[in-house]
Design a protein around this ligand. Structure first.
Ligand code: BG6
Length: 509
C-alpha cells in the first residue's frame, strides 16, 4: 500500500456499491476512476466496496478492468503502484445496459441480490447527458434500486452540471428528481467547490478577525472574478458546448459559487444546511446591474481565428469541430452584477470567463477603496510629460488556480531619499507552505458523497437561484450578439465598458 500522503482525510467505513452510469465516457476515464484509485491507495475506501461500470458498449469485466487500469496509469495524481492498481481493479465490475431501457435496471437488480459482492449502500453517479437524469432515477426507483431515506441502507445519486438550461428547465429537472428521491439523496456536483483553494475562501473570511470587518460597501470598491482558459473546443466538446455556451457552462455554477463564497454572510455553523442557506440568500440578492439596457451589464464574445506562437493558424470558434458555422453561442462572457443587500449595496461585481484567452487562471480580486487623503501622490514622468498619479488601492486576490494562494497588494515606501510608494505583495502560496500536491476536486467530492456530507454540493433552491441571476440574459440574447475577440487575448475592448463609473479595469495578469 502506498504511504499515506493525505491531509488527514477520514476513512469511509460503510460498505458500498458505486455505480457509474456512462462508465465508458471521458469523465469516468479521466477523473472518477483515478480519484477512486487515489482514495483506495490512501486507504480511505471501506474494506468492502464494488464499483460497477454501467454503459452500452459490449465489454466484459476483464476488458473493462484493463481500461480502468489505463485510466489510473494515465491520470492518477499520485505515483501508481502496479500491485495496488491490480488489487483496486478487482473491485470493479461491468454492467452492460442501455440507460433508457427498464430491462437494464432489472438485470442490475438481479445482480444486486448478491449482497456480499454488491453492498446495499448505493451511490449512483450519473455521468450522462442531463436529459437522461430523470429517466435513470425513475427506472432505478421502479426496479427497487433506491432505498428510502432513514432506512438501514442509504442511496445517493450524484449528478453533474449543467442542472438545466434555464430557470424553467432547472425547476422541471428538480421537480422530476424530487418525485423519486429526497433532497438529501441528491448530490449536485460543482467541481469548483471541491477545489482546496475555493474551500479556503470561507476559512480565510471567517477564521480571521482582521478581514471580515472590511468586507463590505464601506471599504470595498469592487470585486472581479475571472476564470480564463486557453483551451478551445478540444476533445470533441463542441457539440455540448455550442448548445450551452460560457454562461450556462461556467457562470451559472462555478462563477456564481465563487461569488457566493466571497460575499455570503457568516453561517451560524458549518453544517451543509447553514452554509447553503446563506448562499441562497446572497444569490437571491444578486442581480445584473442593468441601468437602461441589458448591454450595460453583459457583454458576450466569440473567438475569431488567429495564429499561434509557432505560426500555426488557430481556428475560429465557428470553424471548430461540431460547431454550427453560423453559431451565435458565446465562448466568452463578461457581466456586471450588484448585490442588493445591506453589506454590498453599491459595490459592483464583475464576472468574466472565456475560452482561448491569453492565460489559464481563475481568481477573485477584491479591490478596496483608495485612502481618503492622497498624502502620497507621486509624480510619474515619461519623457517630458509628467503626471500626478494616485497610489494604487489595496487588492486582495484569491488565486484559485494555478499558483494557488492568497495575495494582498499593499503600498509600501520604496527605500531611498524620496517618499515614493510602491505596490508590493504579501503572499501565502500553497506550494510554499505544503510540499505535496493538492487533492483534486473529484477526490474530495467523491469521499464526501460516501460520507453523506452534502456541504460542497448544490441544493435544488440554490441551483434555481443561480439560474434566476442569469435568466434576463437568456431572455435577451437577441440584444447581445457576440463580439469577436482574437484568440490569446483577454476578450474584447467592449467588455471594458462594463466598468463605467468605476475606478478600475479588468486585471489582465
Ligand atoms: C467545466 C466546464 O465544468 O469546467 C469546462 O464544463 C471547463 O468547459 C472546466 O473547461 C474548467 O474546469 P477547471 O477545473 O479546469 O477550471
Amino acid at each position: 500500500m502506498a504511504e499515506k500522503e493525505t491531509f488527514g482525510e477520514i476513512r469511509v467505513d460503510e460498505p458500498v456499491s458505486i455505480v457509474i452510469f456512462g462508465a465508458s465516457g471521458d469523465l469516468a476515464h479521466r477523473k472518477l476512476i483515478p480519484a477512486l484509485y487515489i482514495a483506495y491507495a490512501q486507504d480511505l475506501l471501506p474494506s468492502k466496496f464494488t464499483i460497477v461500470g454501467f454503459a452500452r458498449r459490449d465489454y466484459d469485466d476483464a476488458t473493462f478492468r484493463g481500461m480502468m487500469t489505463e485510466s489510473v496509469e494515465e491520470f492518477s495524481r499520485i505515483p501508481v503502484e502496479d500491485e495496488t492498481v491490480a488489487r483496486f481493479v478487482e473491485h470493479i465490475r461491468y454492467h452492460r445496459g442501455d440507460i433508457s431501457t427498464p430491462a437494464a435496471y432489472a438485470e442490475l437488480m438481479e445482480k444486486f441480490r448478491d449482497v456480499e459482492t454488491y453492498p446495499e449502500n448505493r451511490l449512483y453517479y450519473l455521468s450522462v447527458i442531463p436529459s437522461l437524469f430523470e429517466t435513470a432515477v425513475e427506472f432505478l426507483k421502479q426496479s427497487g434500486l433506491i432505498a428510502s431515506p432513514g432506512g438501514s441502507h442509504w442511496t445517493r445519486v450524484v449528478i453533474e452540471k449543467p442542472f438545466g438550461k434555464d430557470l424553467e428547465s432547472a425547476e422541471t429537472l428538480n421537480a422530476g428528481l424530487l418525485r423519486h428521491l429526497d433532497e438529501s439523496q441528491i448530490y449536485r456536483i460543482d467541481h469548483y467547490l471541491g477545489k482546496e483553494t475555493v474551500q479556503n475562501i470561507l476559512s480565510f473570511r471567517f477564521a480571521n478577525a482582521i478581514f471580515e470587518p472590511v468586507f463590505n460597501r464601506g471599504y470595498v470598491d469592487h470585486i472581479q472574478i475571472t476564470a480564463a482558459e486557453t483551451v478551445g473546443m478540444e476533445s470533441g466538446r463542441g457539440g455540448y458546448y455550442d448548445e450551452y455556451g460560457a454562461i450556462r457552462d461556467m457562470v451559472t455554477n462555478h462563477l456564481l459559487q465563487l461569488l457566493c463564497l466571497v460575499t455570503m454572510e457568516p453561517p451560524g455553523d458549518l453544517s451543509a444546511e447553514a452554509i447553503r442557506n446563506e448562499k441562497v440568500k446572497v444569490l437571491n440578492a444578486a442581480k445584473l446591474d442593468i441601468r437602461k439596457d441589458i448591454s450595460d451589464a453583459v457583454c458576450r464574445g466569440q473567438y475569431g481565428s488567429g495564429v499561434d506562437d509557432n505560426g500555426q493558424r488557430i481556428k475560429s470558434y465557428c470553424e471548430e469541430d461540431r460547431i454550427d458555422p453560423n453559431s451565435q453561442t458565446e465562448s466568452f462572457v463578461a457581466m456586471r452584477l450588484k448585490i442588493d443587500n445591506w453589506r454590498w449595496a453599491g459595490v459592483p461585481i464583475f464576472l468574466r470567463t472565456g475560452k482561448r484567452m491569453g492565460k489559464k487562471g481563475t481568481e477573485i480580486a477584491v479591490q478596496f477603496k483608495v485612502p481618503p487623503l492622497q498624502l502620497f501622490q507621486q509624480v510619474e514622468c515619461e519623457e517630458d510629460v509628467c503626471d500626478i498619479t494616485r497610489i494604487k488601492p489595496n487588492t486582495l486576490i484569491f488565486r484559485i488556480q494555478p499558483d494557488e494562494g492568497i495575495f494582498l497588494k499593499i503600498g509600501t515606501k520604496r527605500p531611498g531619499m524620496q517618499f515614493v510608494v510602491e505596490d508590493v505583495n504579501m503572499d501565502f502560496s500553497y506550494s510554499g507552505k505544503w510540499n505535496k500536491s493538492l487533492p483534486e476536486a473529484y477526490e474530495r467530492l467523491l469521499i464526501d458523497t460516501l460520507h453523506g456530507d452534502s456541504t460542497l454540493f448544490t441544493r435544488s433552491d440554490e441551483a434555481e437561484a443561480e439560474w434566476r441571476v442569469v435568466q434576463p440574459i437568456l431572455d435577451h440574447f437577441d440584444k447581445l450578439k457576440p463580439y469577436s475577440y482574437p484568440p490569446g487575448e483577454w476578450g474584447m475592448p467592449e467588455a471594458d465598458w462594463l466598468f463605467h463609473g468605476v475606478e478600475g479595469q479588468w486585471r489582465n495578469e
